[in-house]
Design a protein. Structure first.
Length: 190
């Protein structure tokens, strides 16, 4: 794999909501609007925000669309600590046993019993790119970034799906640790 690079994107705190939760927070039949398309096909940032109430304080988070089957709040470790959560580091969608919280929207509130996580660093791969890179779904790799604060991201999970586009995602704590600023960076899979 040496010499193979992947584009790294930073992911800020955000949330995913179910159709049922969206109806309770914004009103029956409310539809998410697209503010900006994201790198993953069909995924988008919306102009809609909700308040996440933590044990210590609250924060406003952007909703990403489209709606999902389960509510999920994705925070960095810094965000989680600031809000008062002891959130586990998990792959997206793996929320069992994670803390819950109160979500507040313009038309209502919802208490979720679980769903607050710190997203595990990961690389989305198309099957074709995964084959080209010689990696497989759920494999764990290391990714090196160069610069003034060069570092190696360890424990990066590979996620392969035909619906993905090939990008690595880390949160802003991780980008800051490597002194990376801007939008996209290249990392070398070791």
């Amino acid at each position: 794999m040496s010499g193979k690079t992947v584009v790294i994107e930073g992911s800020g705190k955000h949330c995913h909501v179910s159709r049922e939760t969206l109806d309770k927070l914004f009103g029956e039949g409310f539809e998410l609007e697209i503010k900006k398309m994201l790198s993953q096909p069909g995924q988008y940032a919306t102009p809609h925000k909700i308040t996440v109430v933590g044990p210590r304080r609250s924060a406003e988070l952007t909703i990403l669309g489209p709606c999902r089957n389960a509510d999920q709040i994705e925070l960095s470790l810094t965000d989680a600590t600031s809000l008062g959560f002891t959130a586990p580091i998990r792959e997206s969608g793996v929320i069992a046993g994670s803390p819950g919280c109160k979500l507040v929207g313009p038309k209502g509130e919802v208490d979720i019993s679980e769903g607050v996580i710190i997203a595990k660093r990961h690389i989305h791969f198309t099957p074709k790119d995964a084959e080209k890179f010689g990696v497989s779904d759920k494999q764990i790799v290391k990714v090196k970034v160069d610069g003034e604060r060069s570092l190696i991201f360890d424990e990066v999970v590979i996620r392969v799906n035909p619906d993905f586009a090939t990008y690595m995602h880390v949160d802003y704590d991780e980008l800051n640790a490597a002194a990376l600023s801007g939008t996209n960076f290249n990392g070398e899979i070791l």
